[in-house]
Design a protein around this ligand. Structure first.
Ligand code: CP
Ligand code: NVA
Length: 309
């Protein structure tokens, strides 16, 4: 079974992964050794940059008793023309899991087609589902992952983080309000998929996009933003910074949300762009517990995938 999109798992499976993540996190905090992935290898294939994804996956494998290998596409035979499908067949016949961070989601699909081992999306242009697992674990820990609670995602709503998050949060029964300029409206298929999960959750929640900041953020329990210039968008930097300027999450924007709302960011952050330093480093920010949950959520995912092969 692959994990290429957040919707590759069902809401029940999502709950199982979050529960396993929380259990492994608690066991690790108590110093209990774990070797459930002994003799197992994770191949980590990177085309784009990363700090968190690489380190959290490698640490996850160490803590579960397994091993991780880092492979840079630029230094692999992919850069000399070996196809993604052949690469998947080769690597997936040696490693027990592949995690890949690639520009094009279509390349990830090709890699997965070739691989006999499960393939995990470590971020593509379309989705960042491992980030969503950590985000949901964080929302759960801060008491915000409850049916009917509202998550406001502000800024570039047509990006990988927003896509996976809106679907994942809807699967967990949250309402999601995507707030940004019209040019950054999320892909319609994602709004539709998220709303189907919202209906399934039966909590009366819904997922919608608006350009109206006060309406979109009103009564939010959690406020989330991501960079305005994702990897691959660098050439459009100037236009993007101008497009999103009024959607910076600062204390004025936070004042529309509930007074006990938490602030979240997948990182890396750009203070003075998508978020003000005051909010990023302020009392409502949960960015550090959130980023550390990348490790715990991915341990849960790897352990869960290993038991579903
Ligand atoms: N949030 C995230 O995926 O960070 P990295 O790009 O550092 O892996
Ligand atoms: N949307 C960002 C997320 C980085 C973790 C990007 O794709 O660059």
């Amino acid at each position: 079974m692959d994990f290429l999109k957040i919707s590759d798992i069902t809401p029940v499976q999502l709950r199982e992964i979050l529960a396993l993540s929380a259990k492994l996190k608690a066991a690790h905090a108590q110093g209990q050794p774990c070797s459930i992935l002994a003799q197992k290898t994770l191949l980590m294939l990177f085309e784009k940059n990363s700090s968190r994804t690489r380190v959290s996956f490698e640490t996850a494998m160490t803590q579960l008793g397994g091993h991780a290998i880092f492979l840079d596409t630029a230094r692999s035979q992919i850069s000399r023309g070996e196809t993604m499908r052949d690469t998947g067949a080769v690597l997936g016949g040696m490693a027990d899991f592949i995690m890949a961070r690639l520009y094009h989601h279509t390349d990830l699909l090709e890699l997965a087609k070739g691989s006999a081992a499960p393939v995990i999306n470590g971020l593509t242009d379309l989705e960042h589902p491992c980030q969503t697992l950590a985000d949901l674990l964080t929302l759960q820990e801060f008491g915000k992952l409850k049916p009917g609670a509202k998550l406001a995602f502000v800024g570039d709503c047509d990006n990988n983080v927003a896509h996976s998050l809106m679907v994942g949060a809807a699967m967990a029964g949250m309402s999601v309000s995507l707030v940004g300029p019209e040019e950054a409206r999320p892909k319609e298929e994602y709004i539709k998929a998220a709303n189907s999960f919202a209906v399934l959750a039966g909590s009366g929640s819904s997922v919608s996009f608006t350009s109206d900041i006060s309406a979109g953020m009103a009564q939010a329990d959690a406020v989330y933003t991501d960079t305005w210039v994702s990897m691959g968008d660098e050439k459009e930097s100037a236009a993007r910074l101008a497009r999103f300027a009024k959607y910076q999450v600062d204390s004025n924007l936070m004042s529309y949300a509930k007074s006990d709302a938490i602030f979240m960011h997948d990182l890396p952050a750009h203070r003075g762009e998508e978020v003000s330093a005051e909010v990023m480093d302020g009392p409502q920010s949960v960015i550090y517990p959130q980023v550390h949950n990348r490790l715990h959520a991915q341990k849960g995912l790897l352990a869960w995938l290993a038991s579903h092969q």
